[in-house]
Design a protein around this ligand. Structure first.
Ligand code: HEC
Length: 306
């Protein structure tokens, strides 16, 4: 009982200090109804647990007292005291139907392995019913998934989910056309961060074939006005995304996001006319940027004509 009291005192103390520290802060938790709710519920739980502990303790004391009286009464009557099994022991015995220890001799099996012998007792009911349950479940599962095909298998579930996701993407794209970057919506961005990102991509990936300065090596010179596949940002974006079949220029669409491809396309077009030393000879056709077209209202800030 002393222990219980000590725990209770400690809890009160900690709640007290918690309350104080809470009060010390500005806009304390006592003003927030949600934290107040949690504190109240927490406190109620603590009280409930304490009540249960005390009740169990008292019950135990009561049992000892009853037992003591029973022993004394048996003694007075001159008979031997025999403890009654508790309700829990009774229930356990009833559920398991175990053969009691005194009668175990009857169910011992006659084989023996180095003195280890087998007792043919009942299986615990929870185990047995779990086992039967799994057999029944197996039959139900087999029929539902493989015989009547009434429930979807994993592959089917996956395909349905992918289809749903695609449908969502389609709706999103339809509702928000500006958000999708493809060869029709790509713009020549002049944003500093976007160009810096494009430069990083170019230097990391593209420079191995096109050189850091874009002068060309395995891939063509990207600083001149001659292009094999067109020199507009749309043309460049398309080549970067889809690559050029049967050449070393692979499709980057899988590795780079549309935004990154827009950035790198815009960056490499800033290299136009830089004329780096030892650049590769021009390949392809001359591409002259069209005259500045009036940009559409939402892209006026970032679009420039080449
Ligand atoms: C493994 C080498 C290699 C890498 C890496 C590479 N390219 Fe290329 N690139 C080429 C080759 C080769 C061609 C020419 C294809 C052809 O013959 O049509 C090319 C062509 C191009 C063209 C078209 C040029 C024109 O004249 O029309 C662009 C634009 C381009 N690359 C951009 C990039 C960008 C951006 C990257 C980085 C994301 C990149 N390349 C990475 C090899 C490469």
């Amino acid at each position: 009982m002393k222990k219980v009291k000590a725990i209770f005192a400690m809890m009160l103390l900690s709640i007290g200090t918690f309350a104080q520290s809470g009060n010390a802060n500005k806009g304390s938790m006592w003003e927030d109804p949600v934290s107040l709710f949690y504190v109240t519920v927490g406190f109620l739980i603590v009280v409930a647990v304490l009540v249960i502990v005390v009740a169990l303790y008292l019950l135990q004391v009561l049992r000892y007292m009853a037992k003591d009286t029973a022993i004394k009464r048996a003694k007075a009557q001159g008979i031997e005291y025999k403890e009654q099994p508790s309700w829990w022991e009774n229930l356990n015995q009833k559920l398991h139907g175990f053969v009691p220890i005194e009668k175990e001799e009857a169910i011992i099996m006659d084989h023996s392995y180095d003195g280890i012998r087998e007792l043919d007792n009942h299986l615990p009911p929870w185990w047995k019913w779990l086992f039967y349950g799994s057999i029944i479940w197996g039959v139900v599962y087999f029929i539902a998934y493989h015989v009547t095909d009434s429930l979807p298998l994993q592959t089917e579930e996956y395909n349905t989910e992918v289809a749903q996701a695609e449908e969502q993407v389609r709706k999103l794209k339809a509702a928000n056309p500006g958000a999708v970057i493809d060869e029709n919506t790509v713009i020549l961005t002049t944003e500093v961060t976007a160009l810096a990102d494009g430069k990083e991509t170019f230097n990391n990936i593209c420079s191995s074939c096109h050189r850091m300065d874009g002068g060309g090596d395995i891939g063509p010179n990207l600083t001149d006005k001659y292009w094999k596949h067109g020199g507009s940002v749309k043309d460049v974006f398309k080549v970067v995304r889809d690559g050029v079949p049967n050449t070393n220029m692979v499709a980057w669409g899988g590795a780079l996001s549309p935004e990154k491809m827009q950035n790198v396309s815009s960056y490499l077009l800033t290299l136009q006319g830089t004329n780096p030393p030892n650049a590769k000879a021009p390949e392809g056709d001359l591409y002259e940027p069209a005259a500045t077209k009036p940009a559409t209202s939402d892209s006026v800030k970032t679009q420039a004509s080449i």
